[in-house]
Unconditional design. Structure first.
Length: 173
């Protein structure tokens, strides 16, 4: 899985370390009601990274921290997934990297979006909007169908009422 999903608004469960590790590293399907979200997001890893890098240069840990903050602690990319995405995006020419000059702590590898990456990000957004529109039509087809049937029934009933009342008047004459 590419995402870790935490329950309790991003807080680690209040269990022993071993129980937490088992649930945490197992499969997010153990967290009920949230597995669909990771399935939906999985295909958009590159676009998410490009989006965050369009805000400015950053490094892996900071990007993952930003994802956690933006999702109120509900999503976090696994480190391997994030760095695989960096490698893939860099090989495609969508991002570039450089070593930061850190005065304290470990040296960090920073990533920056390229012009080609900005164009790819815009293209990915256009594709997302198209896919979202199609998905919404498919997911809400039943609701729209129910509403349309309801309106047809109401119109039929109203039409019958009108015909009946018109017919009743003719009978009186």
């Amino acid at each position: 899985m590419t995402l870790q999903i935490w329950e309790n608004d991003g807080q680690k469960p209040k269990k022993s370390r071993n129980e937490w590790a088992f649930r945490h590293f197992r499969n997010e399907r153990t967290v009920t009601g949230l597995s669909i979200a990771s399935d939906l997001i999985r295909g958009h890893t590159d676009t998410i990274v490009l989006s965050l890098l369009s805000l400015g240069d950053s490094y892996g840990y900071k990007i993952n921290k930003d994802i956690m903050e933006l999702t109120a602690g509900r999503f976090e990319f696994k480190e391997a997934t994030l760095y695989t995405a960096f490698r893939r995006l860099e090989q495609a020419g969508f991002i570039a990297s450089y070593w930061g000059d850190e005065n304290s702590g470990a040296r960090r590898r920073y990533y920056v979006i390229t012009e080609k990456g900005k164009e790819q990000y815009k293209q990915n957004l256009r594709e997302w909007e198209k896919a979202r529109a199609i998905t919404e039509k498919l997911l809400y087809a039943a609701e729209k169908s129910d509403r349309a049937n309801s309106v047809r029934c109401e119109n039929f009933i109203q039409g019958a009422d009108i015909a009946q009342s018109a017919g009743g008047k003719d009978d009186e004459k």
